[in-house]
Design a protein around this ligand. Sequence first.
Ligand code: NAP
Ligand code: 8YV
Length: 322
Amino acid sequence: MSDAPRLLLLGSPADRYVERLTASAAVTQAETQEAFTAALADGAGIQAIAMFGHWVISPEVLDALPDLKVISNFGVGYDTIDAAEAARRGILVSHTPDVLNEEVADTTLMLWLAVSRELLPSERWARSGDWEAKGNYPLTRSIRNRTVGILGMGRIGQAIAETIQPFNPTILYHTRSPKDVPYTYVGDLVEMARQADVLIVITPGGAATRHLVNAAVIDALGPEGIVINVARGTVIDEAALTDALVSGRLGGAGLDVFEDEPKIPDALKSLENVVLLPHVGSASVETRQMMGDLVCDNVDQWLAGKTVKTPVPECWDLNASQ
Ligand code: NAP
Ligand code: 8YV
């Protein structure tokens, strides 16, 4: 394989993907940050990165990889990659859009139901003997006929809107520009939160969306309101969210993502009106397999001298010119 192009594999994907990548490239695998740093010290000649997990690809990392031509990311979100800088240097970045839309929408519905119908506390009530000792569990709130505010109405936002249709929602959404969708656009996020019973967050992460959901948005939702975050932890001011949940100014939250993963603040862990998941929005065997295959397909396409299947928007022009 000595003539094969060098590929840096970041993370610990299933054997299936290691085997696929090894079949077409000379693979150096880095499973820890220390191993990644060591690989960068020997970065000359590395032409491709296949990246499983949230590794930071900054201009400094790109400086250490002078021969890099393609970065294939596992996940639709790529906020840890400086894609604009990569494109400027002629490096193609690809991601895994669409194949995970419905799975993330299902996770969103699961979180909303779990928070609103108090799945975990009521399950504990049954399991602990409280039912026998104290009687029936208190009534919970239905998710039917609610006003739902969706922050972000892209591929996944639209899948969420479709998935919750059986619950007869009134759907509002907020984005920077209105979309061609049969839901009501609200140009002011605080105003949307004021009208909504639940706020579902599904924008990209990164600097442009940092703390979009701040104390004013949370207070507009109010003590009966619920926040569901399946986007990135950075989109919500986690301290403001925690403060509102502790003081009762917000009713509940379902969180799949956090500001400093895998750390979750103890204050959030101690709350009964919160459901916490370890970033598993897309984490079914079936969906992760489609994502992993797409990562390898994009590498294979590039190795074959073709355009990659799913470039990020910053690289659309670059991909078209391949
Ligand atoms: P997408 O199709 O690009 O949609 C993003 C939406 O966010 C668009 O409607 C966009 O509309 C809106 N948006 C972007 N910046 C905004 C801003 N500053 N203010 C308001 N709205 C903004 O992306 P997608 O495929 O739906 O994925 C969305 C994100 O979900 C990913 O980037 C990723 O971070 C996250 N995700 C999480 C999981 C998980 O496991 N929890 C799984 C998959 C994806 P405008 O451009 O008009 O503003
Ligand atoms: C992945 C995600 O779990 O697609 C995304 O943006 O957040 C998830 O589907 C993650 O990227 C894998 O590390």
